[in-house]
Ligand binder design. Structure first.
Ligand code: ZN
Length: 1055
């Protein structure tokens, strides 16, 4: 016997075993080469090229022509159907026979009209075929997609090559030797245990010796020797771990991005390919559990592959193997969607799972997005979910997140039991190293004795494989490894709870990913549309709800249209679309969805508002809709009024001292419009106008209104901004480094790898102020209601900025209406403001609230947050004074020391080489204020900048009351909509926005009869209480108390 040689060289012994099972070396004489011992050609291959991704029923009616192995098919994204005919040879009856296919692309096998199994070039290359009857003609159809699992780009994230072709390399029948397959996995597991269990553990050597004995016992081709080898393996694998060992909960998964390096339409087929394979595996491996998220993907499968969807439903109901998780419509971005968008992700997601799977999800599942909002814990809990799973923070570049299992606490104090699978991957191969890493990387050793392990190829890799499940069988209960069981998220969290959660640590606030911070800015058009459509849909729901309540005509609310529009918006919030990390084809698809939302929702808003007023009798009669829950005092522009159209009422307007024209001839008026109301423009005009004025002297302009005095130079830089009430200068300018208010700055923006995703910290070392003008600044508006100047700057030979800087009568902020023509390569455009404020923390708006982040780089955790997310405003305040920066479509911010920056445009080239090229419009505003941002109504002004008054032709008989009001400014009414399950119940969603306890009285002029508290899924709470008090609508109002940042949803029953 040669066993003593194992002592001489551990490495040689290991490699000797590896060679026996290698698929690259010595396959003519090793065990792997015997896995598919016999081959037989198929009878015939027929081919048909089709124009699009067509259904099976349509494809099979097309004309197919004969083809052969070796032919190539393309181009990229095209589809080719194949009809394969074959029969089983006499001596193969009852053997395991498989059809082997390799087209270097993704493909789907159809059997008897149903998706049967996915294929791809790396993992899933064989499908089982029946071998019961020799000679019988069998037929399968194969739908070949001309793309790989990562689309068709080079180097993973390169733009897709449109001219790829794919060769048909293998189509044949093979026999499968299961005994060899099992033995290969015995040896593989032992090699891995010997390799990855530390040498300080004798089990590592026991694995090595056992492995060596098996290799020596095994003679390739001698089936008797396989038996002996198998017996040695079984003895080893029957030795069990100690009773205190860690339990690994293994779950199959296929992370399928809803769009990324391929379009939405391909994702639908990726789901069919991966999920059909998974269903096949479930029949063979009864312990196998597969967790699967994203209601949208289920909905696609239901529509396009109804019989497969039924199989999933049946499996899920009976065997509980196919397990829906997440509770959301798509795995959305975790930073950029609004609070209400987060709510709708859960509302439409959970309702779908309840409808189709008879139960809601109990785990929020978001393994792969680029940071997690500190408001998510409350929204997750409000959606009836206690648990959260992710792992993305393991990608952080600087700091290691300190926990694996912990309480995550949001800005309101809500907590979710949260788990990061310690293998730091949502798509492991379930190998020994993954199982061991799950134990060694568990950061809560001693606190928790359970962890999750996710396995399966994502994104079209086909999900879990037979190999993975075979490995897990060996690792189930073997000494040297933790106990490994096929489990579910629910079972995992219940195990953690059973062991006790009192010792778990708590992480308060956002889960900030120290990577991918460029995604707050990339693809500015998508981000702008997202913000605009969030507000447009909100306004449609408000107007249509008012109409329904006022008219008493139930059933006219455009429920199904709104649901469709919302689901389009939610789809585009997927974590590679809204962040801007997708290919151009996806951007084009997303813009198409937004354009549809914009058009349809605008029509619905017009229709709703017009039905609430009388038609205009004359041209020039306008109504004004204030969609916000506070008064709006604003200068607004009416469309131009023709002299001969002037009615007596219009004459009153024209003569009004507060009427002027803007530079494009539109009539400007200063109005004051009550909260959530409709008014006529004439009734809301303010008479006590405090005029704004402008003067120019020596290349500078002075703009002044009752609140501010701004001194602006020829480059549009604000040299001075005086806040009159506090007599404070807002900026600390420094001519040396070109440090001014509204100074555009450009940075080199070359990341390490993830182009569209990443802006690295070192970009900050390349700041270059933009100081070149294309022409002199000039005065554009000079009226008592609005003064403005226009500036024209040059960024480079191919990029420029046109900006209108304006100050309105009564406005607390200076507004910058900006147009950029952007044609750059790896440059980052920002605008900066050197604030005359000292504070160690800046405040940023997030969903239904705000949070603070440091303005210093004290620790590595602080300095890693050099680029952060914020929504409509950011603020830097010291006691008594502060400055806020408002915006209408941006999300990337930073504030270091006193320099506050807003990130405007990037220019990455992968995966979309055209990202952000072309023309952009956006607006921001700078608002110095007295006291805190709460006291000075920064939040309300930021809403107004985004969601201003809606002016439309029409007349009102009399000034209408506010439809809804709150009497505490800390409480914001965010949403009014029709309840999903009722025809005469409205949902009102409000939140505490200031970060303190707030009591408010809510009035409504609508016929509200009673109010019931509900969660965000619109399910009534059992006690109808809010913070211990019964919710009660009486005499047209309700009085409630909200805790800091609390989100409250109410069902308002109409009379
Ligand atoms: Zn992903």
């Amino acid at each position: 016997m040669s066993e003593t040689f194992v002592l001489k060289s551990r490495r040689c012994t290991l490699e000797k075993a590896e060679k026996l099972i290698s698929d690259a070396y010595f396959t003519d004489v090793n065990l792997r080469g015997r896995l598919y011992p016999d081959k037989h050609p198929v009878t015939a291959i027929y081919h048909c090229a089709v124009d699009d991704r067509i259904p099976y029923q349509e494809a099979i009616t097309k004309e197919f022509t004969k083809t052969e192995i070796g032919k190539t098919f393309g181009p990229t994204w095209s589809t080719h159907w194949f009809r394969i005919e074959f029969s089983i040879p006499e001596d193969w009856v009852d053997k395991e026979v498989r059809l082997a296919w390799n087209s270097n692309s993704e493909a789907l096998v159809w059997l008897d009209g149903s998706p049967f199994h996915g294929l791809n070039k790396d993992n899933h290359k064989h499908v089982d075929v029946s071998s019961q009857q020799a000679g019988l003609k069998q037929t399968v159809f194969i739908e070949m997609a001309c793309n790989t699992m990562f689309g068709a780009g080079s180097g993973l994230i390169g733009p897709p090559n449109p001219d790829m072709t794919f060769a048909l390399n293998q189509v044949e029948l093979v026999t499968f030797d299961r005994v060899v397959f099992e033995l290969i996995h015995d040896i593989e597991t032992l090699v891995d245990m010997a390799t990855h269990i530390p040498e300080t553990d004798q089990r590592s050597f026991q694995s090595l010796y056992t492995m060596n004995s098996i290799v020596n016992a095994c003679t390739v081709g001698d089936r008797e020797s396989y038996k002996l080898a198998g017996q040695i393996a079984r003895k080893f694998f029957s030795e069990t771990p100690g009773s205190s060992s860690h339990t690994v909960h293994a779950m199959g998964h296929a992370h399928i991005d809803s769009a990324w390096l391929w379009p939405y339409a391909e994702t639908i087929r990726k789901c069919a390919r991966s999920w059909s394979t998974t269903l096949q595996l479930m029949d063979r491996f009864p312990d196998f559990k597969f967790v699967c998220s994203q209601a949208q993907q289920y909905d696609w499968v239901k529509l396009h592959y109804p019989c497969m969807f039924e199989r999933i439903q049946k499996n899920s109901a009976k065997k509980e193997q196919f397990i829906p998780v997440g509770g959301v419509w798509v795995e959305m971005d975790g930073n950029l969607p609004s609070g209400e968008s987060f709510v709708r992700q859960f509302l439409y997601g959970q309702r779908f799972f309840l409808r189709e799977f008879k139960s809601k999800c109990n785990v929020f599942w978001l393994p792969d997005t680029f940071g997690y909002s500190a408001q998510l814990p409350q929204i997750i809990r409000e959606a009836g979910i206690k648990y959260f799973v992710t792992q993305k923070l393991s990608w952080s570049l600087v700091n290691k997140f300190p926990h694996s299992t912990f309480w995550w606490e949001g800005i309101d104090g809500s907590r979710c039991l949260t788990h990061f699978p310690p293998a730091n991957d949502y798509g492991t191969s379930a190998k020994v190293k993954d199982v061991l890493k799950t134990v060694t990387e568990n950061k809560d050793k001693g606190r928790v004795n359970h962890s999750m392990l996710l396995f399966g190829y994502g994104d079209g890799g086909g999900g879990p494989s037979e190999e993975m499940l075979t490995r897990l069988e060996r690792m189930k209960n073997v000494d040297g490894l933790p106990r490994v069981k096929q489990s579910t998220p629910q079972a995992f969290f219940e195990s953690v709870e059973r062991d006790g959660t009192a010792n778990l640590c708590t992480w308060i606030g956002e889960l900030y990913l120290e990577l991918h911070q460029g995604t707050f800015t990339t693809q500015a058009k998508i981000k702008k549309y997202n913000r605009k459509m969030e507000f447009l849909l909100r306004n449609v729901e408000l107007a249509q709800s008012i109409l329904l309540a006022r008219s008493g005509q139930r059933g006219r609310y455009p429920r199904s249209q709104l649901q469709r529009l919302w689901q389009g918006l939610l789809l585009n919030q997927f974590h590679d679309v809204l962040p801007g990390s997708c290919i151009k084809q996806v951007v084009d698809d997303a813009i198409g969805i937004y354009e549809d939302i914009d058009k349809t929702a605008s029509e619905l808003l017009d229709q709703g508002l017009n039905a609430l007023v009388q038609p205009a009798e004359q041209r020039g009669q306008y109504c004004i809709f204030n969609p916000n829950s506070w008064w709006q005092h604003q200068v607004i522009a009416l469309p131009e009024v023709h002299e001969d159209d002037i009615t007596p009422k219009q004459a009153k307007i024209q003569k009004h001292e507060a009427v002027t024209k803007d530079h494009s001839g539109r009539t400007l008026v200063l109005v004051a419009v009550p909260p959530m109301s409709l008014s006529s423009s004439a009734d809301t005009m303010m008479s006590d106008v405090k005029p704004v004025c402008i003067e120019s002297c020596e290349g500078a302009f002075k703009l002044e209104n009752e609140h501010l005095v701004a001194l602006i130079d020829n480059l549009g830089r604000v040299v001075s901004l005086k806040h009159k009430e506090t007599d404070r200068e807002a900026f600390k300018t420094n001519t040396q480094g070109s440090v001014y208010g509204n100074q555009f700055v450009i940075f080199d923006d070359i990341p390490l790898f993830w182009d569209a995703w990443d802006v690295m910290d070192y970009h900050l070392e390349t700041r270059k102020p933009i100081t070149k003008m294309r022409s002199q600044a000039s005065i554009l508006d000079s009226s008592q209601l609005r003064c403005s100047i226009e500036t024209k700057l040059s960024i480079s030979d191919s990029s420029w900025i046109d900006q209108v800087i304006s100050l309105d009568s009564g406005s607390p902020y200076l507004r910058f209406t900006t147009e950029v023509h952007w044609n750059e390569n790896h440059k980052f455009l920002k605008v900066e403001f050197p604030l005359n404020v000292r504070s160690t923390n800046a405040t940023y708006e997030i969903q239904f609230g705000h949070l603070q982040r440091p303005t210093h780089f004290n620790t590595s955790w602080d300095s890693a947050r050099y680029e952060v997310v914020g929504h409509k405003w950011a603020d830097l305040s010291e006691h008594g004074f502060g400055v806020a920066l408002l915006n209408d479509s941006k999300y990337g911010h930073s504030c270091h020391d006193n320099i506050m920056r807003l990130s405007l445009l990037r220019s990455p080239k992968s995966p979309d080489p055209t990202a952000d090229m072309g023309k952009h419009h956006f607006t921001y505003a700078i608002m110095p204020h007295k006291g805190s941002f709460q006291e000075s109504h920064v939040i309300q002004h930021a809403y107004n900048l985004n969601n201003s008054l809606v002016v439309f032709p029409g007349t009102l008989m009399s000034q209408a009351d506010s439809y809804f009001t709150v009497d505490n400014p800390a409480v914001v009414i965010d949403t009014i909509k029709l309840a999903e399950d009722h025809e005469d119940v409205l949902v009102m969603r409000l939140f505490e926005a200031y970060g303190g306890q707030a009591t408010t009285r809510i009035h409504s002029s609508l016929p509200v009869q009673r109010a019931i508290r509900c969660n965000i899924l619109e399910e009534a709470t059992s006690d109808n209480c809010l913070n211990g008090n019964v919710v009660q609508w009486k005499d047209g109002f309700i009085e409630i108390t909200l805790t800091p940042f609390q989100i409250v949803s109410l069902l308002l029953y109409l009379r």
